[in-house]
Structures are given as C-alpha cells and as structure tokens.
Design a protein around this ligand. Structure first.
Ligand SMILES: [Zn+2]
Ligand SMILES: [Zn+2]
Length: 241
C-alpha cells in the first residue's frame, strides 16, 4: 500500500534536481550537470575547519594555515561543500529562497563527511538567528539543517540552546578582526537548557563558515555554559581562493 502511495506521489511530483529543477532518477538528488558543478569536499581535510588539504593524511592531526594561525575553540570541524558555483546557489536558496527541501539532502552530505564528529552522542545545536531576522525570514536555515541531521543520525537536537542577544549588522565585507569584534558577546546560552549541556559534546550546525567568528561566539557560549567539547559542521566552507 505504502509503495502504491509513493508511486502515485512520484507520478504527481516526479523527483526534480535540487539545482536546476530538471527531472532526476531519485528524490533529493542533483542531475549530472549540477552534480559536476557542485564542489563536494573529499580526501584530506583540515581537522578544524574542513577545508581540503594537499597530500595524504598520515595519522597525525592536520590543520590548515588559517587554523594554525588562529587556533579554534572547537575540537573538530567539517564542511560538505566549497562555497562556490552550484554549492553557493544551493546555500543561498536554502537561506533566502524558501527552499527548505534542500535541508534533507544537505544533511546527508554533512553526515557523509562528518562521521567521526557524530561519535560520543553529541547534542546537535544550530547557530541561532536574531529574532528580528527570524521574523523576516520566517525560518532559520541552520535549524532546518540541524533537525535533519538529528533525524538522520538519530541524535538529539536542541534548537534553542543558544540565542542571539544582540543584533549584529551584516558581516559581509568586514575583515576577520571586525567580524570577531562584532560577534564577541552576541550569543548566549539558554538558562533553561543549561543542565542539558553539562559535560556534553555539542555539535554546532551552520550553513556557511567564513571566518568562523559566528561559530566561535556560539562555541564560547556552550563552553561557558558547561559543555565539555564543541565540534562544528557546516554545509559549506568559504575559502580564500
Ligand atoms: Zn540540475
Ligand atoms: Zn582549517
């Protein structure tokens, strides 16, 4: 019966490519040409932020120059995509384009690259939006990703563990230092959930990592609230080149 319903649904709504809308073979996929245009991260990566690194992993921890120059407050970080081409289009569509349907496949791409970060039953926590932004956009794209990731990994998610107490202006065009100053005390933890994060590993989820200033503010808030360790995953990572 379920199979018949699924077939009927797929006749009415045949699976479409997330990128261009063309018909594809399976749900939640990309067509061949969008797939080729989407820069998935694989191979050797920076343990802290997930950017691809040249060479083979030799069993020792590898960090990129950026993370060596500015050590992260979190222990491990991964990203599924490089923020360019089709990946950039998908991230922007998820953020501003009312395309919540991207969250499900996006979470499965994160799962594929972040396996080690899902160990020790971390509590999954999205990077919060300020409530005025939430009102305008109606949803928090990071929360959509976090909820999907929790569902697929069967881990718990606490959507409102963190909140933004301060509205920060857009970070676009700001230098790394300006970003860190702007976000210094912008995020706090929710007292109601303090007990829940004591001694716990927190897995922060965001759509994009640029300088890491937002994730740092969130990680600091978790650690000050009693979390034992913070890890981060993002759908995409902005790189310099
Ligand atoms: Zn396509
Ligand atoms: Zn790095």
């Amino acid at each position: 019966m379920l199979k018949q319903i699924q077939m009927a649904v797929s006749l009415i709504y045949p699976p479409r490519c997330l990128g261009c809308g063309d018909l594809v073979d399976s749900d939640f996929g990309l067509c061949g040409s969008c797939w080729r245009e989407t820069p998935f991260i694989g191979g050797t990566v920076c343990e802290s932020c997930g950017v691809p690194l040249p060479g083979q992993a030799d069993g020792f921890r590898l960090d990129c120059d950026d993370c060596m120059a500015h050590p992260r407050v979190w222990s491990q970080g991964r990203a599924a995509l490089l923020y360019r081409d089709q990946a950039r289009a998908l991230v922007l569509a998820l953020k501003h384009g009312d395309r919540g349907d991207i969250a499900k496949p996006a979470a499965s791409w994160i799962m594929a690259i972040a396996k080690p970060l899902l160990e020790n039953t971390p509590l999954i926590v999205p990077v919060p939006l300020h409530w005025t932004r939430l009102l305008r956009r109606r949803y928090n794209q990071s929360a959509l990703l976090a909820l999907q990731l929790a569902k697929q990994s069967q881990l718990q998610c606490c959507v409102d563990l963190l909140h933004r107490q301060k509205r920060t202006e857009s970070l676009d065009g700001k230098t790394r230092e300006q970003r860190f100053v702007a976000l210094g005390d912008a995020v706090t933890f929710n007292l109601r959930h303090k007990a829940r994060m004591q001694g716990r590993v927190i897995l922060l989820v965001d759509d994009v990592m640029t300088s890491g200033a937002t994730l740092t503010a969130c990680a600091d808030a978790c650690l000050s609230g009693g979390a034992a360790e913070v890890r981060v995953v993002t759908l995409a990572r902005v790189t310099k080149q």
